[in-house]
Design a binder for this molecule. Structure first.
Ligand SMILES: Nc1ncnc2c1ncn2[C@@H]1O[C@H](COP(=O)(O)OP(=O)(O)OP(=O)(O)O)[C@@H](O)[C@H]1O
Length: 253
């Protein structure tokens, strides 16, 4: 089994200020990986880098997947719900890569769309404008779209924020189904108990990696305290390193 992604001394950031710094490591094909860390640790930034939304300031991300094999679900706050579209059409967008923007939806496609809507428990909501959905219903709709995208690598940014326990458990079951099909899933998560139960691998981030490996060895009291300490010590205004300088964004006391 190869690696679906590799980070090589990766630095990501905004306006030349690093938000993720000196990240090295490999994500094996078929991994189920959680990214954890305090607020501002760079988790969303890393996911954006993997999704190709943000280009590295330095270093690189190596991957063998074409763009269409990667699906990215941003944080709920970043999803525009004012767009005038109903549940059915939003889910159907998951087929675009296969059917093309203007390719008609045939009977087989309609069945796939109906199955995806049923899989997330939203039968009867097909004609509802997405702007009228509750947070949980919207997230179910987006997961139904992901079901149709048939991606090899699925990136989820805090997919369970503000969802009730039933919805979380339904969506976790979908993630486990995807992973069981051999897909790689990388999710930014704050619920450490959920990570401990469902995610075998964890990257604990505090701008730089604190630990990366088996979840039970990563999410220790010591590592979590270290991550908090490192985030609090981070200098927001630190510039990105010059290419051949090993300095980093930690404020020197
Ligand atoms: N568009 C942006 N422009 C400038 N700075 C940004 C931008 N987005 C994020 N940042 C900064 O980058 C750093 C990392 O942010 P990021 O959103 O990646 O953290 P996070 O670990 O996902 O945090 P949270 O748990 O709060 O969602 C923060 O200091 C943040 O203020």
């Amino acid at each position: 089994m190869g690696n679906v992604l590799s980070f090589r001394d990766l630095t990501l950031g905004y306006d030349r200020h690093p938000a993720v710094h000196h990240l090295d490591g490999d994500v094996p094909d078929g991994a189920l990986l959680a990214i954890c860390g305090p607020n501002g640790a760079g988790k969303s930034t890393l996911l954006k880098g993997i999704a190709g939304v943000l280009s590295p300031l330095a270093g690189r991300i190596e991957g063998k997947l074409p763009d269409h094999a990667v699906a990215y679900l941003p944080q709920a706050a970043e999803v525009d719900r004012s767009f005038p579209i109903d549940v059915y059409d939003l889910v159907a967008m998951g087929l675009w890569r296969r059917s093309g923007l203007f390719g008609g939806i045939g009977r087989a496609d309609r069945r796939l769309i109906e199955e995806a809507i049923a899989a997330v428990g939203l039968e009867g909501f097909e004609a509802r404008p997405v702007g009228t959905l509750s947070g949980g219903q919207m997230q179910r709709t987006l997961f139904a779209r992901l079901l149709l995208q048939d991606a090899r690598l699925i990136l989820l940014d805090e997919p369970f924020t503000a969802l009730d326990a039933g919805t979380v458990s339904d969506l976790v079951a979908l993630i486990e189904r995807w992973n069981g099909e051999g897909r790689t899933v990388i999710a930014v998560l704050h619920d450490l108990e959920l990570v401990r139960v469902h995610f075998p691998q964890t990257l604990l981030l505090a701008r730089t990696p604190v630990a990366w490996g088996e979840t039970r060895e990563v999410l220790t009291t010591h590592n979590l305290a270290e991550a908090r300490r490192m985030c609090e010590a981070w200098d927001e205004d630190a510039p990105a390193c010059a290419p051949d300088m090993p300095s980093h964004g930690m404020r020197v006391a």
